[in-house]
Ligand binder design. Structure first.
Ligand SMILES: [Zn+2]
Ligand SMILES: [Zn+2]
Length: 294
């Protein structure tokens, strides 16, 4: 009598598994580790497993196929809090979209994508909205700067009145200068930044939006942004939000994905992946797993 082979199925995705001792396929074994480490409520965990069983490893927001093997990849699957800070609903997305979404809700994320795409295509100004769950602090320090009114001296960078009678900068340039010192920006980068301010003023390099210099908790507060990630020779001003959304993308790649995402949302056209030049992030769970296996 030939021995009957038992067909075993993965407890998450339902695919056939070859090992009789395993409960999950290789992909789902990793997913379970992610979910366990995230300490999600049981209901949220079950929701993810149901999602994988139904759709497979595809991004919740974009329908893109996710990478389950290469933790360096921008398409590597990660768990994303659908509503920032709330672990009752967690969804699957790629490392890239997770970075771009940052502290935005889904509705705010798509709003920003639409606004940015319209700005790039049609030149319509980006309209700010109050972000309900934005919770990132950037540069502190503007609170303690007293501004003297009617200073006649002009800022050596932008030509606005200086903030104090014997100062060389206006209040905004003073804050930038302080940030340059604090972040120990190389001389070359500082020079490029001042050139930028001279030319464009205190506006976001990517969107032309006026930047906030008062509330360091604001998503529109100024930050230093490396145009090419990791290259400190060209630094510009950008809002905290843009800085997060651009993540490790080059300028060209950033606009490419903004348009692709907008097209996907408007016309349901598939997003075409493009190899990212600067992207190099390791997913910590996969990394830790790799180390355990060594
Ligand atoms: Zn599976
Ligand atoms: Zn100035």
């Amino acid at each position: 009598m030939p021995r009957k082979t038992l067909i075993k199925k993965c407890a998450v995705c339902g695919r056939t598994i070859t090992s009789q001792f395993a409960k999950y396929c290789c992909d789902c074994a990793l997913l379970v580790i992610h979910v366990n480490r995230a300490k999600l409520p049981r209901k949220a965990a079950r929701r993810i497993y149901r999602y994988v069983r139904k759709h497979g490893y595809v991004c919740y927001y974009t329908g893109m196929r996710l990478d389950v093997t290469d933790s360096h990849s921008p398409w590597y699957f990660v768990l994303d809090h659908w509503k920032p800070g709330d672990n009752r609903k967690v969804v699957l997305t790629s490392a890239l979209i997770n970075g771009m979404k940052s502290d935005l809700t889904e509705r705010e994320f798509w709003y920003m994508i639409r606004q940015l795409a319209d700005f790039k295509r049609l030149g319509t100004p980006v309209r700010k909205i109050r972000l309900s769950l934005w919770n990132r602090e950037y540069i502190k320090g503007c609170e303690d700067i007293e501004v003297q009114v009617s200073c006649e001296r002009k800022c050596c960078i932008c030509g606005q009145p200086v903030y104090f009678y014997n100062a060389q900068f206006c209040r905004k340039c003073h804050l930038i200068s302080r940030r340059i010192d604090e972040s120990q920006l190389p001389l070359e980068a500082a020079k490029s930044l001042w050139d930028y301010v001279r030319k464009h003023g205190h506006v976001c390099y990517y969107t032309g939006m006026p930047l906030d210099f008062d509330d360091y908790r604001s998503a529109w507060h100024f930050t230093f942004e490396h145009v090419a990630p990791g290259d400190s020779t060209k630094v510009v001003l950008a809002s905290a939000l843009l800085n997060e959304m651009k993540s490790d993308l080059s300028e060209d790649e950033f606009w490419y994905y903004i348009k692709q995402l907008d097209n996907y949302k408007r016309k349901h056209t598939g997003i075409r992946k493009r190899k990212l030049v600067y992207w190099y992030r390791l997913h910590p769970v996969k990394d830790a797993l790799g180390a355990q296996m060594l």
